[in-house]
Design a protein around this ligand. Sequence first.
Ligand code: PCA
Length: 209
Amino acid sequence: MRILLTGFEPFGGSPINPSVSLIEVFAAEGLLGSRVTTAILPVVGGSGSESARAGLERAIAACEPETVVCFGEASRATHVQFERVGVNLRDDRIADNAGRRCCDEPIIAGAPVAYFSTLPTRAMRDACEGEGVPAELSMSAGTFLCNEVLYWLLHACATRLCPSVSRAGFVHVPQLPEQAAVRGGPSMKFQHVIRGVRASLRELASPLG
Ligand code: PCA
């Protein structure tokens, strides 16, 4: 199996984004015989050549993965969040890394309201929880870049723009204790995030996944 894992650059004034370190770990250790490719996406909305969706499209074209799992940070999350749905809406609390802030804009004008993730989110959540790592099924990836990437990816799969991809979705991870020490809020130790996410990704590598 070919699997593409993506993370996001730091954003919102934080110098780090745990999603980057996370995908680096799986790129280094591999995943049960799967070919793992990684890409780090810019926290930039829209469809320009420097946008997150353009970066994701290039990464998919380069490695033609069967499975795509995108990761991002949810700074207020207490659990690893397995996102079930992407919605066609951008409505931002903060500006993206290009300085642009959207209010009530569609991600793709005229496209469907929402798509469901095509990852086995329940099995992935259960596997994460089985490691003793707090995990939940989430009905909203927000209305910022993570949701934009999830929505674009699912739309691209639905419209056969990415024909190699049969399963795609998004996982949000909590901020790290060192980030919480600066800006407050809940956090999760990196070792716990790794252990839970590793177990959830094994669900994808298994023949029944
Ligand atoms: N989290 C943000 C964007 C990038 C990231 O890691 C989000 O939840 O939309």
